[in-house]
Design a protein around this ligand. Structure first.
Ligand SMILES: [Cu+2]
Length: 164
């Protein structure tokens, strides 16, 4: 009888626990308007049982990946130039800078959303045969050792984020 109760309790605990490692969902890619220029990848990360961090993204359809955080400041702050006039930056008011990040922190049980105007993955040297509507295969590498493979649909440069 005692044995049976322990088994039942363990079963319950297993059902309600978060996955041990981070998971990823809602991935998509925004292509550059200019072929050969970096594409940007976006997705939602769900933290696992422990704090972790996304440390690299690899893809057979891209040369390398960098993590960036876009910071937009009011238009009349003096500074180092306005990226609103650059291709792919149209529609952004004010001054927009891309700050490099070494990694993307994924705290335990957190939800981290990558989106235009915020944190994103720059996919450098995208393969020239990747067109809007194609899927790019991304492998996400986490600090604690797990990897996650996802297929992210590539959209045109002026696309709004897809509804998931
Ligand atoms: Cu960027």
């Amino acid at each position: 009888m005692r044995m049976l109760m322990i088994t039942m309790l363990l079963g319950l605990a297993a059902c309600s626990s978060t996955p041990a490692d981070p998971t990823v969902e809602h991935a998509w890619v925004k292509l550059s308007a200019v072929q050969g220029q970096p594409a940007a990848a976006y997705f939602t990360l769900r933290g696992g049982a422990k704090d972790d961090a996304l440390v690299n993204v690899t893809s057979p359809e891209a040369g390398s990946a960098m993590f960036h955080e876009t910071e937009t400041k009011p238009a009349n702050n003096s500074g180092m130039g306005n990226m609103a006039d650059m291709p792919g930056m149209s529609g952004m008011s004010g001054m927009s800078m891309m700050k490099p990040l070494m990694k993307i922190l994924v705290p335990a049980k957190s939800k981290v959303t990558l989106a235009p105007g915020g944190i994103h993955v720059m996919l450098m040297d995208p393969a020239p045969n990747v067109k809007a509507g194609d899927y790019m295969h991304l492998t996400l590498h986490f600090h604690n050792g797990v990897t996650r493979d996802i297929d992210a649909k590539a959209l045109e440069a002026n696309s709004a984020p897809p509804q998931f």
